[in-house]
Design a protein around this ligand. Sequence first.
Ligand code: 6PG
Length: 479
Amino acid sequence: MAGQSRIGVTGLAVMGANLARNIARHGVPVAVHNRTTARMTEFIQEYGHEGTFTGAERLEDFVAALEKPRRIIVMVKAGAPVDGVIEDLVPLLDPGDIVIDAGNSHFADTKRRTEDCARRGLRFMGIGVSGGEEGALLGPSIMPGGDPAAYAQVEEVLTAIAAQVDGTPCCTHVGPDGAGHYVKMVHNGIEYADIQLIAEAYDLLTHVVGLDAPDIAKIFAEWNTGDLESFLIEITAKVLAKTDERTGGPLVDVIVDEAEQKGTGRWTAIDALDLGVPLTGITEAVFARTLSALRAERAAAAATLAGPAPGRVENGSDLVDDIRQALYASKVVAYAQGFAQMRAASIANGWNLDLGAMATIWRGGCIIRAQFLNRIRDAYAQHPDLDNLLMVPYFTEAVANAQDAWRRVIVKATEHGVAIPAFSSSLSYYDGYRRERGPANLIQGLRDFFGAHTYRRLDVEGSFHTRWAQDGAEVRTDS
Ligand code: 6PG
């Protein structure tokens, strides 16, 4: 006999619990389950009054509490725990039931699970959910991937609980199998780049302009009223303004400078390498976190390796505005690269991603929500097959206007010995991308010299090899 709950959530750590509460607060009856029962009973005690919940101790009771086709959201740690829950659920489910993984799973795992579940008559969906704890409760951005017919069964609930911007829900069907988790992965990659760029701006404002955290907080608050307006800039101002209760100084000054990571940024960079997409901003952001983690080595190197004599610039306020412009231009590059990667993945996987729709659902709820996503949405509305966002007049002009400041910032940072991997790699990408003729002709010449790897010529069709070390003659290799 089928139960009365419209949807189930298993895994009641913060994200799962908040999603379940968000769904119930929208008037949808929810069954809840957790592997450790105490967490489920505490959940019911604390939040049971917020909606119609059925708390189940055993998975069998949880499944029995659900309407058919059953819709089950799994919110457990990515990796083996997801497979474990699926294995436990499979014998209890009926054909057509829908299992929804809402964690940060790798898209290849989602593809595999979709196929495994299909073989067993079940429908599997991988949905990206962004917005942290608060988003899950009050309105996240949701990136659902999977069979469109399965999505149709959960669309009403997911669009209702998602953030809304100008009346549009931040949730749309992304594509089949792993597409939803892929888009969430790139979202996180862009999140890494955004955060790294902010950290580099903070480093420059501290060590080259000579400001302290409360002053920099004010600068970020002001930047949040212009082109840079976004959630991450807004919370940067708050983090920098926070006073530490123990020391009475800025809290940020006593936080250890080692960045941790759970893997989604690294996966984005690895996939970019596999696809052959230049993803320099996000990849540098991942490397910057790994370099930050070498704290003991850095301490030894700080005492050993030479750098320029420390000093501050004199025209501090000019540099502050240059840094703002450099941050904006680098951010445009990071998004251009992330969107180019999604386009390449869409083609490689046959996903048919609507990139304008991705920009639309990232405008609210998620960690990278920002004003300028409206511009990205507009760009894809006009040019759905756009190769690179930098080629759209709005972004072409934005970067053109910022480029002098961007270059000055990189010069100053280099003179002062401040590492700016994301700022500078973004500018190098920009300069490389806008060159009709780069230096790879020499790379081809060298490859041909040492390995007879051949080259093509500008003036004649075909493939050629020069017998560099023998008689110096050129031979055609494709005829
Ligand atoms: C989100 C966040 C969320 C998580 C990050 C943190 O969109 O809500 O991206 O998924 O906080 O994955 O990632 P790291 O621990 O790797 O920084």
